[in-house]
Design a protein around this ligand. Structure first.
Ligand code: R2B
Ligand code: URA
Length: 292
């Protein structure tokens, strides 16, 4: 991990992590020392659910008698720890995840965790793959189909590279059993600005400026670039982690095929099952790592 010079161990100023409501003091840092894997999901409920699964799978703790403790109370994000794994919520969209990434990475750094892996486990809208398939992101694209993440510090646009870790992806794929009940593909992702117009939908509140024919053209370009899903956080995650030299990737299940429509038609139960696919891929990987 390579972190900005401001993060000097001896200085340790800027002690309060507002977004996590945590202070960088020894008592707090001790709670996080020894973490290696950081799993991020959108909602606090999903983060807690994964913590339960991690405890049951790796520590043999019966979740009937165990409630994971949120280590970041009264904050915008939820943070659970199980062994050397953190299960964290990141909210929705690039602006939410990038704020978490700054705070969390400072926390990891001062807790002396320098050998980290960050994995977003999520949902997405699939492009030409059957719902329930899982996509491992290779490169994250902006909606204008530039592989990069644009930010505008001091009003000046800068674009940073958004390549996820190829080595981490290879390890994740190698850890999957042959008899997975769903497909898993490595491909590219578009991090959209929102769920509706940003993902070329027709079911938002505002009438789009595009029509079906223009959308078809856009979708064809996506296919040519091997873009397999739409979601909302991959460019911020990939660029932050590439700059900080933290291996990172995204494991996202597709919960519909956007070639067939905009609306989610799957039942709540099927959607919950789909979400478990991306968690299962992560659990298979973590199990293989912990066995080594
Ligand atoms: C996938 O699902 C969410 C939108 O429903 C968003 O966080 C994402 O990337
Ligand atoms: N998440 C998204 O961002 N888009 C979808 O279509 C589904 C989940």
């Amino acid at each position: 991990m390579r972190v900005n010079v401001l993060l000097d161990k001896k200085i340790k100023h800027n002690k309060y992590l507002y977004s996590l409501n945590l202070t960088l003091v020894d008592e707090e840092l001790a709670k996080f020392h020894g973490v290696k894997y950081v799993c991020m999901q959108g909602s606090p409920d999903r983060a807690r659910e994964l913590a339960r699964k991690l405890a049951a799978n790796f520590l043999d703790i019966d979740s009937k008698y165990f409630a994971p403790q949120n280590l970041s109370k009264e904050s915008k994000y939820a943070v659970y720890r199980v062994g050397n794994i953190l299960s964290v919520s990141h909210g929705m969209g690039n602006t939410s995840i990038i704020t978490l990434l700054h705070s969390l990475t400072k926390l990891m750094y001062y807790s002396d965790n320098h050998n980290l892996e960050y994995i977003r486990i999520g949902t997405s809208g699939g492009l030409g793959v059957s719902p329930g398939s899982v996509i491992l992101t290779d490169t994250a694209y902006m909606p204008d189909l530039t592989p990069g993440y644009k930010t505008s510090p001091l009003g000046k646009d800068v674009i940073y590279p958004t390549q996820m870790s190829k080595e981490l992806n290879a390890r994740i794929l190698a850890a999957q059993p042959k008899d997975l009940r769903f497909s898993i593909f490595e491909g590219n992702s578009v991090a959209a600005d929102d769920f509706y117009l940003g993902q070329a939908r027709f079911d938002g509140a505002i009438k789009p400026d595009y029509d079906l024919a223009k959308r078809e053209k856009y979708f064809t370009k996506l296919k040519e670039l091997n873009i397999l899903n739409f979601e909302m956080e991959s460019t911020a995650l990939a660029s932050f982690c590439a700059r900080a030299e933290i291996p990172a990737t995204m494991i996202a299940v597709t919960i519909l095929n956007r070639f067939n429509g905009d609306q989610m038609t799957a039942s709540r139960q099927t959607l919950a099952e789909y979400s478990n696919h991306s968690q299962l891929v992560a659990l298979n990987y973590l199990r293989a790592q912990l066995r080594r």
